[in-house]
Design a protein around this ligand. Structure first.
Ligand SMILES: [Zn+2]
Length: 344
């Protein structure tokens, strides 16, 4: 036993001396980290750590206004505090209260008050221009005592936001913070009718005309039965309002993540109408360009079996990296993306 340890240390010693001598002949060149290196801080293992908590039975399926949802919200806020990312300027806390009256006005629902959660990285050059990165953190709760964990819907987007925020914060700490500001928005009430995003769009913290784009993530941890592997993503809406946004998404993917972009559901005539079915729509209706990142539906969609053990974390991490690099370009390009006149 002991001898084995000794010989291993000897190998390490030799390796260390070799690499040491190599270093002395290499010229000292400072490597400037780029967006790729920050994207690489988004890892499958960290996503798994977060999602194992967000989609645990403890969160009771995160129904809007429930104890479990609030618990999940507390976890998110604790992460932002740990990362050193504050709530937005002009807000009083990490919460935007979404009143029950707002959610219950259209339908005969009886939802209690609940909260959107927001965090903010201020831009270094154009702080008034806002990029929104969004995902809903509510799910459908419990039915007959069974917890619907919503690991993919939308635990996957929820934890992707945490990792994207961390990547931007690390960039900022190394003097490469975003030039425009980034608002991380965790929406409530999505499953009941996109209420959180609807409320935000009617009570925006920053002016609508200063809101450059919304990158919305809802279900990116699984694959559907149209694909034999998970190296793909559906993008929806990217060319509806801004051809600049379409190009940014294409180029970010070609340069970094190289996923197969599937535009099947981008067809306006697609009967699934996914464009209208997640939070980005409440930005698009105000003519803010949006892109929706989505893996399609699967057998566990809105079932009690949407669990963490079925998540493909490598795919989740790549798709989150794509979200990050799209947001990076939106935040850092010299000119703000243009909203096309003909866009609809
Ligand atoms: Zn969803």
């Amino acid at each position: 036993m002991k001898r084995r340890i000794l010989s291993v240390s000897l190998v390490f010693f030799l390796l260390a001396s070799c690499s040491g001598s190599k270093n002395t002949v290499t010229t000292q060149k400072k490597i400037i980290p780029n967006e790729q290196s920050f994207a690489n801080t988004i890892t499958a293992s960290e996503l798994k750590t977060h999602l194992t908590i967000i989609a645990s039975d403890d969160m009771e399926g995160r129904d809007t206004g429930s104890k479990g949802q609030k618990k999940a919200g507390n976890y998110l806020i604790a992460q932002y505090k740990k990362m050193g990312i504050p709530f937005p300027k002009g807000a009083e806390s990490y919460y935007q209260n979404v009143p029950a009256e707002f959610m219950n006005k259209e339908y005969d629902e009886h939802l209690p008050d609940s909260e959107n959660i927001w965090a903010f990285i201020e831009g270094s050059e154009k702080p008034d221009e806002i990029i929104v990165v969004s995902a809903h953190y509510d799910h459908v709760g419990m039915k007959n005592g069974v917890v619907y964990n919503g690991a993919d819907d939308d635990g996957s987007g929820t934890v992707a936001l945490l990792e994207i925020a961390q990547a931007f914060q690390k960039a900022k700490e190394q003097g490469q913070g975003p030039k425009r500001s980034i608002l991380f928005l965790h929406m409530t009430g999505e499953e009941h009718g996109l209420y959180g995003s609807s409320y935000y769009s009617e009570h925006p913290l920053f002016p609508i005309e200063k809101t450059v784009a919304d990158v919305n993530i809802d279900m990116i941890g699984r694959r559907d039965n149209r694909h034999s592997d998970s190296n793909y993503i559906y993008l929806i809406g990217s060319d509806y309002l801004s051809s600049d946004l379409f190009t940014i998404c294409e180029e970010a993917n070609a340069k970094f993540t190289q996923l197969a972009i599937d535009y099947k559901y981008n067809d306006r005539k697609d009967p699934n109408r996914f464009y209208y079915r997640s939070d980005h729509y409440n930005f698009a209706k105000h003519r803010i360009p949006v892109v929706f990142l989505f893996n399609g539906t699967h057998a566990d969609y809105h079932k009690e079996t949407d669990d963490v053990d079925k998540i493909e974390f490598d795919a989740l991490s790549k798709r989150a990296q794509l979200g990050f690099t799209i947001a990076w370009e939106l935040a850092n390009r010299p000119t703000r993306i243009v909203v096309d006149k003909s866009g609809n």
